[in-house]
Design a protein around this ligand. Structure first.
Ligand SMILES: Cc1cc2nc3c(=O)[nH]c(=O)nc-3n(C[C@H](O)[C@H](O)[C@H](O)COP(=O)(O)O)c2cc1C
Length: 286
């Protein structure tokens, strides 16, 4: 699957990758109204990764439905809408409106966003607010609900449990890890937003560890995300307990990385006579 925010609305990649071979397409995070995002600079390259502070810029639900959805509906892979809001009510309205849409197969709930009513603390860092927002989204839709977890917590299993108890069908992890890069000449942050989200190979071991931890407590499937650049990286997540993976930052380096990874996994399985990916999910031998 393509990770939200790293593959636009898929049309941008139409000439670079065979979209119909993808497992699923997850679109850029949607809010109720269009969002301009943060001022530039919004991206900084770091060792083995990047920091971004895009600020969830997007066209908003209405324009997404008018301008972007018709193209997506013509594609074979399931389309997953990633949603976020600053209030529970925004998540609820997004879920209710998406529930009525043809051609959206599931909703991924990004709970890494600041909750205005909780003084800006992200929904996903507190089990009570994570439970509450997931439960309210669940009530508004019969489509599968994937809850995307933030790694910026001390114990991700507590949030995973809260999301599952609230009715999530699936968990995806991880979102970006908060970081800071400094220009030593000006002594100013390199990003206008001061901090940003770290992604790419630098976060992979953290993400694999978290998938492994969550897999030990969750009964619902897990989608692994974080720094996957190759089939070997994807297989690490699968052995740790993920049933599927999402590819994010790697799309910026190699736009056809997703299908290369699919081919690489097939080759790995064939060479070892492994009958299917399911047989190795969560088989880490400790
Ligand atoms: C430029 C950029 C934009 C992103 N936008 C979103 C977003 O809108 N919603 C979301 O849930 N995650 C967003 N993410 C997080 C990714 O989907 C993914 O969880 C994270 O980057 C880790 O995976 P990676 O290391 O493969 O990139 C964004 C990441 C990047 C780099």
């Amino acid at each position: 699957m393509t990770a939200s925010g790293t593959f636009g609305y898929a049309r941008e990649f139409e000439h670079l990758v065979d979209l119909n071979r993808l497992g699923a397409i997850i679109v850029k995070g949607l809010s109720l109204s269009p969002t301009r995002g943060n001022p530039p600079p919004r991206i900084v390259e770091t060792s083995c990764g990047m920091l971004n502070a895009i600020g969830l810029e997007n066209v908003g639900l209405e324009r997404f439905v008018e301008d972007k959805l018709p193209f997506l509906q013509r594609l074979k892979p399931p389309i997953i809408a990633n949603i976020y809001g600053k209030l529970e009510e925004e998540y609820m309205e997004l879920a209710a409106r998406i529930d009525d849409l043809e051609g959206i197969d599931a909703i991924e709930v990004n709970i890494s966003c600041p909750n205005v009513k909780a003084g800006g603390l992200a929904f996903g860092v507190d089990p009570t607010s994570a439970y509450s927002v997931v439960q309210r989204v669940r009530e508004k839709t019969s489509k599968p609900v994937i809850v995307k977890l933030t790694p910026n917590v001390s114990d991700i299993t507590m949030i995973a449990r809260a999301a599952e108890d609230a009715g999530a069908d699936c968990l995806s992890l991880i979102n970006t890890i908060t970081g800071l890069a400094i220009d030593i000449e000006t002594r100013r942050p390199k990003l206008a937003n001061i901090t940003g989200g770290l992604s790419g190979p630098a976060i992979k071991p953290v993400a694999v560890r978290m998938v492994w931890q969550v897999a030990q407590v969750a009964k619902i499937p897990i989608i692994g995300i974080g720094g996957i650049m190759s089939a070997e990286d994807a297989l690490e997540f699968i052995i740790a307990g993920a049933s599927a993976v999402q590819i994010g930052t790697a799309n910026f380096v190699n736009p056809s990385v997703t299908t290369d990874i699919i081919d690489g996994i097939v080759t790995f399985l064939r060479e070892r006579d492994i009958p299917g990916i399911k047989t190795i999910v969560g088989t880490l031998d400790t």
